[in-house]
Design a protein around this ligand. Structure first.
Ligand SMILES: CC(C)(COP(=O)(O)OP(=O)(O)OC[C@H]1O[C@@H](n2cnc3c(N)ncnc32)[C@H](O)[C@@H]1OP(=O)(O)O)[C@@H](O)C(=O)NCCC(=O)NCCS
Length: 184
């Protein structure tokens, strides 16, 4: 897999050195609010997670999101494809922009568009879905902007911060992706 370039960002393989920054993000309550993480993570947990990637299918390895900064690149998040289903040509996506200063600047949307393109044009998928907590307004907006449609609601499926929240299932099909690309 080669580096995936967008206009302002790129998706590259995750390196061991990234783990130090991931450790900060996965322990930041504001970042993890919308994620399925609810306990403090140690550096050992993070290193074990990184080591476990060696055994993971190449298609499901996480990707680091970097933004262009002058002539350099700066790590701002990560994303990935999981639950790859070869028979039904489907998979799920996940994303985290851990650098909060970079929220609301369009990087999340650009990353989702790049990742969806990767799913359809490289991994040859037909359906790409994701799960998002109903109160995660920013994430829902990003997915809508990237062309994902809400298709289901798992009522009170997650318990966070002392209350239940619904989990929305959103997806985009290859035909919809192709149509949007044609219209652009
Ligand atoms: C969700 C996340 C990926 C979004 O990334 P981002 O780079 O901030 O997203 P973008 O800048 O591309 O778009 C954000 C959009 O949400 C909108 N938004 C922000 N806060 C909002 C709110 N409270 N209500 C409604 N819309 C909101 C912004 O205005 C923008 O929409 P616009 O372009 O129409 O104005 C990022 O915030 C993140 O990683 N958060 C922590 C982890 C997480 O929740 N991941 C998703 C798990 S499902």
């Amino acid at each position: 897999m080669s580096v995936i370039y967008g206009k302002r960002i790129r998706l590259r393989a995750v390196e061991r050195e990234d783990v130090k920054i991931f450790y900060e993000w996965v322990n930041d309550p504001e970042v993890t609010r919308g994620l399925a993480l609810f306990l403090p993570m140690s550096m050992t947990d993070e290193m074990n997670w990184f080591d476990s990637l060696a055994k993971r299918d190449q298609k499901e390895k996480p990707l680091a999101i970097e933004m262009r900064k002058g002539r350099n690149w700066r790590l701002i998040g990560n994303c990935g494809v999981f639950d790859f289903d070869a028979v039904n040509s489907s998979a799920e996506l996940g994303i985290m922009i851990g650098e909060k200063n970079e929220w609301n600047k369009g990087y999340g949307t650009e990353a989702m568009l790049l990742l969806a393109g990767h799913c359809f044009e490289t991994l040859n998928l037909n359906r790409v879905s994701l799960r998002v907590y109903s109160e995660n307004e920013r994430a829902k907006r990003v997915y809508e902007k990237a062309g994902f449609k809400e298709e289901g609601r798992l009522r009170e499926a997650v318990y966070k911060r002392g209350k239940y929240d619904d989990v929305l299932i959103m997806s985009i099909l290859r035909s919809e992706w192709a149509m949007e690309k044609k219209e652009k």
